[in-house]
Design a protein around this ligand. Structure first.
Ligand SMILES: *Cc1c(COP(=O)(O)O)cnc(C)c1O
Length: 404
């Protein structure tokens, strides 16, 4: 997944353009910046690369989710359906606008189970937020149909799936809005940054204003800008945007290496008897940033992951025990351990929804291992890793069969 692995001359050149002028801010200073507008250029590049009508850069993927929700008018008392397997940013952003995160089961796509989504809809539901985890995609046709049926917003979290497609469309451009993260471990990075993508001009304009204190950006003088709405400061800096610009131009290069290395590992592991793989709704659109697979039982998954770790095969994630990606370990959310005061209804509903049992998700995640794809492996190294993984997985599964 990580674009930081190939940081190099292109990134340095873009940053140096900014350092030459010393104008580190994305707005204003029209004279001294000598025509260098990295954030604007990156927004245009994102629109061109992903086929999005509009793009608003912000300071992080979390800020992108918050900004998108504000622009969609999501707020107090609204319920937002999100998956049990995601990153904590999903519920952080929902809470930041005063809304209520409603976690819902995933299926073997490792993304929202459309049937579970439909069961979770109440008169307070305002949006469905699929999270395209680990470089692959949610079942967008099914989710879109549900949104149309119940008149809900579709907000795509594509933070981990930059460059992935679903039926020919880039993830992040299918819903009412979509978000990217450019944090340091994403498919492309700018150290810290994010973007909201949308084809709706009004949503875009609200994102533009919300992320810069409400500035309408209509005039030449920032001090004279009007502020039709309240906003906050989620601006990106020119230095960050410069790195992002170099990286987005290299996305095709990164994806080609990633898919090659992913396929080498997949083509070996698919011969391991008893191993099954994540369901990918549109395999042609997968970025290959992870290869996710399931062992027959939790015990076998634990044994395999421990043995791979002990023998120096890095980058295998066991999400069931992870503090950041799976609901089982979100005790801070489940116990109401928040610093600022919530309003009564929010407190009650957040605790109610966060403390439900999710046996269907548990049964999937407890058997799942995700193997990260590195951009630095040669084909030989990818094959060697695959062979070592296959040997361990085969032995763990066979041993369980003989002791059963
Ligand atoms: C990384 C990530 C985010 C948040 O991005 P930041 O830029 O780190 O704030 C949101 N959602 C998912 C699924 C992510 O992986």
């Amino acid at each position: 997944m990580p674009g930081y692995e190939l940081f190099g001359a292109q990134e340095r050149k873009e940053v140096n353009d900014v350092l030459e002028t010393g104008i580190l801010m994305r707005y204003g200073f029209d004279g001294p910046r000598k025509g260098i507008w990295k954030a604007k250029e990156l927004e245009q590049e994102i629109c061109n690369t992903f086929g999005s009508g509009y793009a608003q850069l912000v300071s992080s993927g979390t800020a992108a989710l918050t900004t998108a929700m504000a622009a969609l008018g999501i707020g107090a008392g609204d319920e937002i359906i999100m998956p049990t397997f995601t990153f904590v940013a999903s519920f952080e952003a929902v809470l930041s606008v005063g809304a209520i995160p409603v976690p819902v089961d995933i299926d073997e796509t490792l993304t929202l189970d459309p049937e579970a989504v439909e069961r979770a809809i109440t008169p307070k539901t305002k949006a469905i937020m699929p999270v395209h985890m680990c470089g692959s995609m949610a079942q967008m046709d099914e989710l879109k149909a549900i949104c149309e049926k119940y008149k809900l917003f579709l907000l795509e979290d594509a933070c981990q799936a930059i460059g992935a497609t679903y039926k020919g469309k880039r993830l992040g451009t299918i819903g009412d809005a979509g978000t990217f993260s450019l944090d340091f471990v994403k498919i492309i990075t700018c150290a810290e940054g994010g973007a909201v993508l949308t084809n709706n001009k009004e949503i875009f304009e609200k994102c533009d204003q919300y992320s810069d204190h409400g500035h309408d950006h209509m005039g030449k003088d920032r001090g004279a800008d009007l502020h039709p709405y309240l906003g906050y400061n989620y601006r990106i800096s020119e230095l960050h945007a410069a790195v992002g610009l170099a990286q987005v131009r290299r996305l095709g290069e990164f994806l080609a290496i990633q898919r090659r290395n992913h396929d080498i590992v997949y083509n070996t592991l698919k011969n391991v008897e008893g191993l099954t793989f994540r369901v990918i709704p549109d395999p042609a659109g997968n970025t290959g940033s992870f290869l996710s697979f399931f062992l027959p039982t939790e015990e076998m998954a634990r044994e395999a992951v421990a043995e791979m770790g002990a023998t120096g095969i890095g980058g295998n994630f066991y999400w069931y025990d992870n503090n950041w990606h799976y609901i089982r370990k979100w005790q801070h959310l489940q116990s109401g351990s928040w610093m600022n005061k919530f309003y009564e209804e929010q407190k009650k509903q957040v605790l109610h929804y966060a403390n439900q049992a999710f046996p269907a998700s548990d049964a999937i995640i407890s058997r799942c291992i995700s193997s990260l794809t590195s951009l630095l492996w040669t084909e030989e190294q990818a094959q060697e890793r695959a062979d070592r993984m296959a040997a361990i997985l085969t032995r763990v599964i066979a041993k369980a069969a003989t002791t059963a």
